[in-house]
Design a protein around this ligand. Structure first.
Ligand code: AMP
Ligand code: MG
Length: 401
């Protein structure tokens, strides 16, 4: 087992652990948030036929070089029957999205016309640019979405436009989320002296779900080896990976670390980041396991910086930091921020748009036990080891969504 590794080394070691990737056919109504397993090509041209971008008149441009009056020969409406052909001196009423009648090569907007009985006076320009050409957006057979695409609302709409009612996606892995600690009790019950509410499993399960995987939350495991072993065995049998929280520090009751060292296959323990120093990673009976620190901010930060990129890779996502969790940005500091000796320092910052770029401010107490700091802020500094941030300096940061 390696100890006190850099984040880069931790990610490299973690990438040797894998979740076997499976795919499944997913109906379009359930594609939002899923990852595309194979590239998708369009089944059709988009637009499927030349049509009008405006309500108005389909005309022959050469008839409309100057003010003129044209004979109205019919109507083209979206979903209507085939419109009549337009000959010299004629116009066909046309609605947005309706097919261009044969013979017409331009559109006059309704605002640039005056209807008089079965004639129309043309008062403005006839514009070829108001015709949406067949295939100008997508062509039949063209590969549009690559494998690994995270499907969101726009992608879902595009997939329907391409004529697909379903798509092959990466199956959502099931991730066990296990909290450990004798002091933890369920929110909604009364606290006895020395007890606190268990919060990590809810936050971590939400992060797992936000990544597009499925979380299986376990009841709190108390600090005894037999109970922990039993729960890990169950998780290894029924889940694709295991996330624990708590019990990975140096203390006598840090049983996740002890059990992994004695009976598991640990890869590394401790990563040179702050907060979140003591994570442990390896596998339990062949199932990847990340032992996250118990402090709520630490477990969150370790999830974002270590688990999310690993899980995104396992799921074949094309997004480096894991779908929808965070973006790497550059921000201007408004105050001095202390770095950490030998460790990447991830202080909580609030990122906002300033006059010339993003600016970062700090608000609450930064302690790794203060989960409110993750709510009062929306970002993390990425200060390199042994480096303080100075007011007005531009630094790298993670913008958490
Ligand atoms: P540990 O690593 O188990 O020593 O935990 C470090 C700190 O995090 C302690 O103050 C714990 O009470 C707290 N902690 C551990 N697990 C949780 C949890 N699931 N929810 C909230 N706080 C926790
Ligand atoms: Mg504990």
């Amino acid at each position: 087992m390696e100890t006190s590794v850099t984040l880069e080394r931790a990610l490299a070691l973690a990438s040797t652990l894998n979740i076997p990737r499976q795919t499944e056919t997913t109906p379009i109504s359930q594609l939002n948030g899923r990852i595309l397993a194979h590239p998708l090509s369009s089944k059709v041209d988009d637009p499927a036929f030349d049509n009008s971008a405006m309500d108005g008149w389909a005309v022959r441009a050469e008839d409309c070089r100057e003010e003129t009056t044209l004979e109205v020969i019919g109507t083209s409406r979206a979903g209507g029957k085939e419109p009549p052909k337009v000959s010299t001196g004629q116009a066909c009423r046309i609605m947005t999205g309706a097919p261009m009648p044969g013979g017409a090569d331009a559109i006059v907007m309704v605002e640039d016309s005056a209807e008089e009985g079965n004639h129309v006076k043309i008062l403005g320009p006839a514009r070829p640019g108001y015709i949406r050409k067949q295939g100008e957006n997508l062509q039949e057979g063209q590969e549009i979405l690559p494998a690994g695409t995270l499907i969101g609302p726009a992608e879902t709409s595009l997939i329907a436009t391409m004529g697909h009612h379903q798509a092959e996606t990466i199956s959502r892995p099931v991730i066990a989320v296990i909290s450990t600690g004798d002091e933890l009790v369920q929110p909604g019950t009364d606290l006895s002296p020395g007890q606190i509410y268990e919060s990590n499993s809810y936050g971590i399960a939400s992060l797992v779900e936000k990544m597009g995987a499925m979380a299986k939350r376990y009841d709190v495991v108390h600090d005894n080896i037999e109970g922990l072993r039993k729960t890990l065995d169950d998780a290894a049998n029924s889940c694709d990976a295991i996330l624990t929280s708590g019990g990975v520090s140096m203390g006598e009751w840090d049983l996740v670390r002890r059990l992994m060292e004695e009976e598991g296959e640990p890869l590394f323990w401790k990563v040179l980041i702050r907060p979140g120093g003591p994570p442990l990673c390896g596998s339990w009976k062949g199932t990847p396991l990340f032992g996250l620190p118990g402090n709520p901010v630490s477990s969150y930060v370790v999830f974002i910086s270590l688990v999310a990129p690993w899980l995104a890779g396992c799921m074949g996502s094309d997004h480096e930091l894991g779908p929808r969790l965070a973006d790497r940005v550059r921000v201007r500091l408004t105050e001095d921020i202390k770095g950490a000796p030998k460790k990447i320092c991830m202080r909580r910052i609030r990122i906002e748009a300033g006059e010339d770029g993003l600016v970062a401010t700090t608000h609450t107490h930064q302690g790794s036990g203060n989960i409110h700091s993750m709510v009062a802020h929306n970002g993390l500094t990425i200060l390199p080891p042994d480096t303080d941030g100075k007011a007005d300096q531009i630094i790298e940061a993670l913008w958490i969504r």
